[in-house]
Design a protein. Structure first.
Length: 245
């Protein structure tokens, strides 16, 4: 297949990247996935990736032929050079500069750079990531300006015409759930609830309506809030449709 219609999805095993994977499978002829092991506390998210990929193949036959290889790269140096709540067993809190101490400096910059290097070798033009500056923790490497600037740098430095896609950039978590529903209906929403992991503490022992997690960390709070808004919006939409009938 032509690399011009092939995509590489940065696939962590979380809600956002799973939604981005479905988004890419709906649009591109060939889709490969890439995860990173950087010593994160919630490394369990990487273990979720296999089950979710298998679930997508089982539930969506039209996507099965499009889903290509999965890759995992080790970036242990990130844990060595950073002192954050995602790479150390410390309390999650706000720093003096008003950034959460879950911010891993340079993480998304490295992810996209290594992703582009792999896409270069695999002949893939499109790179898809779940970065978002609408409903996020304030990470500067999630901002749209950052992604656009990096796309320019990657294209210049590798002499390629990569396109960095961030389908979640301007939507909140409720709209992310809605996007999953639009792409794959209840089957995809259920897969994301059951198979993905978002909790910063790596908790897979507590089951909530929105999935697994400690229920208290910032990632769980965002996911729960988005789920509750999504469910409320769906109920309102159904009530309106019933009234119209």
């Amino acid at each position: 297949m032509s690399g011009s219609n092939g995509a590489l999805v940065l696939f962590s095993g979380g809600q956002d990247s799973a939604t981005c994977l479905a988004w890419a499978l709906d649009r591109f002829e060939r889709v490969e996935t890439l995860g990173f092991d950087y010593g994160q506390r919630h490394r369990v998210e990487l273990d979720c990736r296999t089950g979710l990929r298998a679930g997508l193949v089982a539930d969506f036959p039209a996507w099965s032929d499009r889903l290509g290889e999965d890759h995992t790269l080790r970036l242990d140096a990130l844990a060595e050079v950073s002192d954050t709540a995602l790479t150390r067993d410390v309390e999650i809190r706000m720093r003096e500069d008003m950034l959460p101490n879950t911010f891993v400096p340079g993480r998304n910059l490295l992810f996209l750079t290594f992703g582009a290097a792999l896409a270069y070798r695999r002949g893939l033009r499109h790179i898809v990531g779940g970065m978002c500056e609408t409903d996020f923790s304030g990470y500067p490497d999630c901002r749209d300006d950052t992604i656009k600037a990096l796309q320019v740098a990657l294209n210049l430095g590798m002499e390629r015409r990569f396109v960095l896609h961030t389908p979640l950039m301007w939507i909140d978590k409720a709209a992310t759930w809605k996007l999953a529903a639009d792409l794959g209906g209840a089957a995809l929403v259920d897969r994301i609830r059951e198979e993905t992991h978002t909790c910063y503490l790596g908790d897979r022992t507590h089951r909530h309506d929105w999935g697994y997690g400690c229920g208290e960390c910032p990632a769980c709070e965002l996911r729960r809030k988005g789920w509750n808004e999504f469910v409320a919006n769906e109920r309102q939409s159904q009530a309106t449709e019933s009234a119209d009938v």
